[in-house]
Design a protein around this ligand. Structure first.
Ligand code: ATP
Length: 301
């Protein structure tokens, strides 16, 4: 028992429809999660005391105390399994922080998988998904990966089958947006309207089942986009620039501020990266493709 490393993907929401606030403060969602090959690596080792270290360009923006979702996940399992001792957790971070790509949730999912493997706990998939859902709405999807329909708070998942793979460009902003603030702004913008029950369109499901990138481009949708733009008006220019430079479609990822651009193919994505870099509409531009598998052990030393 030495160290286990798990690789886990970021997500983009291909559709995100948000219901009115529920009594428990959460919003009901209907969403299509899509995992892309922007990944974090989480390594867990037994140690004499608890510690968490984060590496990568955004490391300074990630807490290393008990508020880190990876630490929360490990300590949650340590409470259920008395044979588990303290751990050293190392997160090599490439997923943008506070970017609407569920990086913290991904680290929590990776930690659940790593701790299970490290201590040979043999936790069933169903039970692991239960731990994940209690840690956060986006955590179960990071375990599962691929493309999936999410309902409830996003934690109830059903895989979406389809043969397509998609090329993306992401425009990243160094300054994140707070997810609760974006939801609050969304509620404020819709305060004078009846909000329909959240639902993913049949057209979106058909596009995904057929692996049809052009149909998918027509139906990308995010109910949080107007709220993210209201809080960060420059996002509108970023989205427009991507469309002018050849993206098939542009959408704010989750609660933002990352903007996601769907491209016709890999060479289209490379061209768009160059154009967006030249236009200086974001702090960083990265390319990724999806769907990508969920949290997986990559080394067990
Ligand atoms: P989501 O899309 O799920 O709303 P996000 O991608 O916008 O989330 P995260 O990167 O998950 O945002 O981080 C949100 C905040 O959570 C960060 O600002 C940070 O303070 C905190 N946080 C806790 N644990 C982590 C972690 N392991 N990685 C990144 N941020 C973390």
């Amino acid at each position: 028992m030495q160290a286990v490393t798990v690789r886990v993907p970021a997500k983009v929401n291909l559709a995100l429809t948000v219901g009115p606030p529920r009594e428990d403060g959460f919003h009901g969602l209907a969403t299509i999660f899509h995992a892309v090959n922007l990944t974090d690596d989480v390594t867990v080792e037994p140690a004499s005391s608890w510690s968490c270290t984060v590496t990568g360009p955004d490391a300074a923006r990630v807490p290393t105390d008990d508020s880190n979702l990876a630490v929360k996940a490990a300590k949650r399992l340590a409470r259920s399994f008395p044979e588990i001792g303290p751990m050293r957790i190392t997160i090599d971070k490439s997923i943008p922080v506070a970017g609407g790509m569920a990086g913290g949730s991904a680290d929590a999912a990776a930690t659940l998988v790593a701790v299970d493997a490290l201590f040979d706990l043999g936790i069933s998939r169903k039970r692991l998904l239960g731990y994940a859902a209690r840690l956060g709405s986006d955590v179960p999807f990071a375990l599962v990966g691929g493309t999936a329909l999410g309902s409830g708070r996003g934690e109830e998942l059903a895989p979406v089958l389809g043969g397509g793979s998609y090329e993306w460009v992401f425009a990243l902003q160094r300054e994140g947006l707070s997810t609760p603030q974006v939801y609050a702004e969304c509620d404020r913008l819709r305060a004078d309207r009846a909000v329909p029950v959240p639902m993913v369109s049949e057209e979106m499901m058909t596009a995904l089942r057929g692996g049809d990138v052009h149909a998918l481009a027509e139906h990308l949708h995010n109910d949080l986009q107007d709220a993210a733009i209201a809080l960060r008006p420059t996002l509108r220019d970023t989205l427009e620039t991507g469309l002018e430079e050849g993206a098939l479609a542009a959408v704010v990822s989750g609660s933002g501020p990352t903007c996601a651009f769907l491209c016709e193919n890999r060479s289209g994505a490379l061209d768009l990266m160059v154009a967006l870099n030249a236009a200086k509409v974001a702090d960083d531009i990265v390319r990724a493709s999806g769907p990508h598998p969920g949290a997986k052990v990559t080394s067990h030393g």
